[in-house]
Design a protein around this ligand. Structure first.
Ligand code: G3P
Length: 216
């Protein structure tokens, strides 16, 4: 399973990409607004660091506007994936942008039918928001399983990009279900690195080595 960072923050991206486990980035209007400044320049920098799919979202709500903005975003860098919201207009825009060869990530997916429709119009990715479903006492990962089943039935090439990830168990469940990608806030990736038994074990190894007094 590919791991993306769900962030527009350069420091976070620069600290995690060198680990070698990061395959791409997702941003959204909220994440880029947090960073401020020139969002195009920021996206270009991010693409240069990760050198992998980097989602940048349109903010128009009509199909023509989304198509226009999508084409402009795609010009920023070859790694840009145009993100459009799942609406009737978003589906129309996805169809056109995909037919022009652009990769489209259809976001704000909260039901399996939305994912199916997005796949039918050539979305490269669908983004089910698992955390926001969990927040309203509905199983986010249940939705992912439904989408996995549907896409397997019809061999869609659309990749399932699990989004709105809140904790490492979402990563584990996504991987067990065979989701293609899990996009995680940097804090969740950091959490997934930690294990007290690893820390205790390492401390003991080093102490024992020191006690032996080996000459280096
Ligand atoms: O990838 C979508 C994500 O940024 C939304 O996450 O935590 O705002 O639900 P959240």
């Amino acid at each position: 399973m590919k791991i993306f960072i769900d962030s527009g923050n350069l420091k976070e991206i620069e600290s995690l990409v060198p680990l070698g486990i990061i395959d791409g980035i997702t941003t959204n209007p909220t994440l880029l607004a947090k960073e401020g400044g020139d969002y195009r320049a920021l996206l270009k920098q991010i693409c240069g660091i990760v050198k992998g799919p980097t989602s940048a979202e349109v903010v128009a709500t009509d199909a023509d506007g989304m198509i226009r903005q999508g084409r402009e975003l795609a010009k920023i860098d070859e790694h840009i994936v145009v993100k459009v919201p799942f609406t009737r207009e978003g589906v129309r825009a996805c169809r056109t942008l995909a037919s022009e060869g652009l990769r489209v990530n259809v976001t704000l997916i909260f039901s399996p039918t939305q994912a199916l429709f997005a796949a039918k119009v050539g979305a490269a990715y669908v983004s089910p928001f698992v955390g926001r479903l969990d927040d309203i006492a509905t199983s986010g990962m249940g939705l992912v399983q439904e989408i996995v089943d549907i896409f397997e039935n019809y061999q869609f090439s659309t990749e399932i990009l699990v989004a709105s990830v809140r904790h490492p168990m979402h990563i584990v469940e996504a991987a067990r279900m065979g989701a293609d990608i899990c996009t995680c806030p940097a804090a969740v990736i950091e959490q997934a690195f930690k294990h007290p038994l690893t820390d205790i074990g390492l401390e003991r190894f080093l102490k024992d080595w020191d006690k032996a007094g080996f000459k280096q």
